[in-house]
Design a binder for this molecule. Structure first.
Ligand code: KIV
Ligand code: ZN
Length: 526
């Protein structure tokens, strides 16, 4: 079916992606400047309508990323977040104004619990909303306003403040379910009530912003659309604080697949979903759960005998979407050790990975090394290899030079590690309970640190004993969190690289603290 046929007679729903703001706010999901630029470019190419690129007053780094994303943007609206304070709004405008289509998003918590934080009465808060939305509107003609924790705000008060924001010039009214508390029928009813009772509501767009604490974010967002919302706020892979936000891929594919009962369409090119999902998982260091809807490794896998039999006879028996529709290549041939650089380039293109000549040269060296150790190199192997290459391909404080591990059934394992620390090479020989423990001890010997290991996760990229292992490591030090990832056919090597990648990221964060990172919470409005 063509996109035109698919959208005929349906209402357009705008997709507002907040992976780079609400997603990045999730502990441990910090992205580098270049990673944010890359994700923003992928989002624009995929046809997202609005990108919330960050929270400019939060840090110099956030400001620089939002400003650069704004400068590079073409048609997508670039939005920045600002609390209900003039200084926040001015800073936000300074960053987004470079975009051909800028938006300021300002918010304040309106529920009783949130009103208590700045200790404002209902009337004082109403005045603050009028003042700050007016200020934003004097700077920018595209202003979004959000009453944070809207779903726990008294409905009458919510109607009152939404009306004030519309009168002050807000063009998009976002109704957040900040703590993932609502349910589908209530989500629809709330939007319906606002549209029916607030004067001026038919002149603006209502948006829905759901969190997934009860696993209802997608259902609540779709229900809000039924109720009249025409903008869905979401993130790739559902990344976000706590249980995350509405997943972009879920709402987009639900609207596409069930257009018969939900007469809406989006501008998202769904074939680009898989690639961006993998890139976000990789740069944020948040692996996608295997059974995650749409983008999980098993989302299109049919393993039980009865399913396979049905699939062979008629794909529709157990498949409601085509894997190709979300960008999963059909059964393509694996590469092997005789494949040349041209074949690798073609494969990367097919997988949606765009690399320059120098990067291709480096990735090819890694590919040859892998193909020597592994008979067949599958698409997932190539993607894991690219991810590992990108993580290693930076100016790093720590670089592994060599690693040798000896282990057996009796006693402890021994790791002999050579590593460069700030350009100086040194070596360590450590024992531990198993090869990974010994290796991490050796890293700590050469680079003493007090980072706490919060997560260590290993998964096989493909099947077979020669499969690559992808390893994710999450570290915490003084409240700062950093993640690292790597992949290798040797689990211990992948673990060492992932650990060192996370330490490199912590090193960068540590060196920036005090100079340009102002750790502020988007929740304090004083
Ligand atoms: O969840 C929330 O309420 C938010 C607001 C800042 C829109 O993310
Ligand atoms: Zn949120």
């Amino acid at each position: 079916m063509t996109d035109q046929a698919q959208s005929a007679g349906k209402d357009r729903v705008y997709i507002f992606d907040t992976t780079l703001r609400d997603g990045e706010q999730s502990p441990g999901a910090t992205m580098t400047h270049d990673e944010k630029l890359e994700i923003a470019e992928l989002l624009e190419d995929m046809g997202v309508d609005i990108i919330e690129a960050g929270f400019p007053i939060a840090s110099e780094g956030d400001f620089a990323a939002v400003a650069e994303i704004a400068r590079r943007s073409r048609e997508t609206v670039i939005c920045g977040l600002a609390r209900a304070q003039k200084a926040d709004i001015d800073r936000c405008w300074e960053a987004v104004k470079h975009a051909p289509r800028p938006r300021i998003h300002t918010f304040i918590g309106t529920s009783p619990l949130h009103r208590a934080i700045p200790d404002l009465s209902m009337d004082e808060m109403a005045d603050r909303i009028h003042e700050t939305v007016t200020h934003a509107r004097n700077l920018c003609d595209n202003v979004q306003w959000s009453p944070m924790d809207a779903t726990r705000t008294e409905w009458d008060y919510l109607c009152r403040v939404v009306e004030i924001a519309i009168k002050a010039g807000a063009t998009t009214l976002n109704i957040p379910d900040t703590v993932g508390y609502t349910a589908p029928n209530e989500s629809a009813e709330l939007i319906r009530k606002l549209i029916a009772t607030v004067p001026g509501a038919d002149e603006v767009i209502f948006a829905t912003h759901c969190h997934n604490d009860l696993g209802l974010a997608t259902a609540n967002a779709l229900a809000a659309v039924e109720g009249g919302a025409r903008q869905i706020e979401c993130t790739i892979n559902g990344l976000g604080e706590r249980a995350g936000n509405t997943a972009l891929e879920e709402v987009v594919m639900a609207l596409r697949t069930r257009g018969d009962i939900m007469p809406f369409y989006t501008g998202v090119e769904t074939k680009k979903i898989m690639h961006i999902s993998r890139r976000v998982a990789s740069v944020a260091g948040f692996p996608v759960q295997f059974n995650k809807a749409i983008v999980g490794k098993n989302a299109f896998a049919h393993e039980s005998g009865i399913h396979q039999d049905g699939m062979l006879k008629n794909k529709e028996t157990f498949e409601i979407m085509l894997p190709e529709d979300v960008g999963l290549a059909g059964t393509s041939l694996p590469l092997g050790k005789h494949s040349g650089r041209a074949a690798l380039r073609a494969k990367l293109k097919e997988l949606g990975v765009d690399v320059g000549d120098n990067q291709l040269k480096d990735i090819f060296v890694r590919f040859k090394d892998l193909a020597d150790r592994k008979k067949e190199v599958y698409d997932d192997d190539i993607l894991a290899l690219v991810t590992a290459h990108m993580a290693d391909d930076q100016e790093n404080h720590l670089e592994i030079v060599s690693l040798k591990v000896i282990c057996g059934t009796a006693g402890q394992a021994e790791a002999v590690l050579e590593m460069e620390v700030g350009g100086q090479e040194s070596s360590a020989d450590e024992f531990g309970d198993g090869p990974v423990d010994a290796t991490f001890k050796a890293v700590r010997k050469l680079y003493p640190n007090k980072a706490r290991l919060q997560l260590y996760q290993v998964s096989a990229v493909t099947e077979g004993t020669d499969a690559q292992a992808t390893v994710s490591v999450r570290l915490e030090e003084d409240g700062k969190i950093a993640t690292g990832q790597s992949a290798d056919t040797d689990t211990v090597v992948a673990s060492a690289r992932a650990y060192v990648n996370a330490l490199n990221r912590l090193h960068v964060r540590r060196s920036k603290t005090g100079s340009d990172i102002k750790e502020i919470s988007y929740k304090d409005v004083t």
